[in-house]
Design a protein around this ligand. Structure first.
Ligand code: FE
Length: 199
């Protein structure tokens, strides 16, 4: 991993955690597979579900949506998903004419409070470089053929600002509850590599 001042992803406490994990595994006190399972939970279940609830609230509550777009950090904090990273969260609204894609070109800055831990591909060099150079090509590989008349905007995360995409509410969902709507929201739709189809 590259180390540079604006993307100080390895804080002192993170280094200490890594050192402790190595020591515990070496001494046979913890099972690395169990640790992987915990990380998997945060990566795939707990984290993205927080973001999904933020998105569903914005879909059903116009005032909350306006607040979220104006001050994502405060609006997200009001739902109890407080960032512990000292970074602001800026929310980007997808529309019929704009598709937002997020990346960290230099390392792996990511909004943990709402999305959990980043997936491996997000941290990979090919994604980090190609998301900027050829975003439409990357989106196509994720199964998203973005029409020519839709503007694709790419946002490069830093230690100070993390991005969350607010996907468009799918058609045919007018009668759904907020909880049911949250179930429709995928992690990748909040990174911007996915678009939500009809419910
Ligand atoms: Fe970074």
């Amino acid at each position: 991993m590259t180390d540079h001042p604006d993307h100080s992803h390895l804080s002192d406490s993170e280094l200490r955690v890594r050192a402790l994990e190595s020591l515990l595994v070496d001494k046979g006190l913890v099972d690395p597979a169990a640790l992987d399972a915990i990380v998997d939970t945060y990566e795939n279940k707990v984290g993205p579900r927080n973001g999904a609830r933020v998105v569903a609230r914005a879909w059903v509550d116009a005032d909350f949506k306006q607040w979220l777009l104006r001050d994502g950090t405060a609006a997200i904090d009001s739902l109890g998903y407080t960032s512990t990273q000292g970074a602001d969260i800026v929310v980007l609204e997808n529309t019929a004419k704009v598709h937002n894609l997020t990346v960290c070109t230099l390392c792996s800055c990511y909004p943990w409070a709402v999305l959990g831990l980043p997936p491996a591909w997000y941290k990979s060099f090919p994604y980090r470089s190609r998301a900027v150079k050829d975003p439409r090509g990357v989106l196509l590989e994720f199964g998203q053929d973005i029409a020519d008349d839709v503007e694709v905007r790419v946002w490069d995360s830093t230690a100070e600002v993390r991005y969350l995409v607010l996907p468009e509410r799918p058609a045919g969902t007018a009668d759904m509850t907020e909880d049911a709507l949250a179930e429709l929201v995928t992690r990748n739709s909040m990174i911007g590599t996915d678009r939500l189809g009809e419910a």
